[in-house]
Ligand binder design. Sequence first.
Ligand code: UDP
Length: 236
Amino acid sequence: MEKLQQLYEGKAKKVFATDDPNVVIVDYKDDATAFNGLKKGTIVGKGVINNKMSNFMMQKLEKEGIPTHFVEQLSDRETAVKKVTILPLEVIVRNISAGSFAKHYGVKEGIVFDEPTIEFSYKNDDLGDPLLNEYHAVALKLATWDEIALVKEYTFKINAFLKSYMKSIGIDLVDFKIEFGKTADGQIVLADEISPDTCRLWDENTHEKLDKDRFRRDMGNVEDAYQEVMRRLMGE
Ligand code: UDP
């Protein structure tokens, strides 16, 4: 596969065209941002970890019957993925209270829910990714009812799998954000990434944070935390 011109540069990844019109290459950077781009920094080695972890999880999820964008890992930082149009919806699942949920509803972090919650936000940096419900998403033509139903079905399956997988390596999956895309032939697939940038991961015993909150909240040992997740997942 030939890597051609850069199509797009986002906050954490670059995307390149290839000689196959249905495949693009994502190239993961070490750049980190938070609070809608207000806070900027670097997490050394993050790109490699996020690339490998995301690919590891996507391949496991494929085996569980979840269609994903994954095609082939090309290098430590580069992966070939199906070219998709991203649904402009961020899908957030929570198993334990934290972050904006704790803030909005005035509760402490760490409350374990009986059942996972799901919420959507409109993927739009200029507006600060506002929360919306399914009716809003349909009204704005961000997705159809059928697409939303499929997204919800996949999302809860993804949560069940990720939660139990993380538990097996001593990590509580607190919450995460995923994105879906539509392929040229209209299939809805899991896209973007699954990584410590997009998941809250707490050690099950010490409750130590092993994710991007260490960067957001200037807690230190950010690189160590990402590395620790990688070590537990893949022995690296
Ligand atoms: N998240 C993300 N990208 C975003 C917003 C949230 O990956 O633009 C992830 C975040 O890492 C966490 C989950 O989604 O795992 C829930 O985030 P929350 O709504 O609590 O927002 P935050 O407190 O991160 O602003």
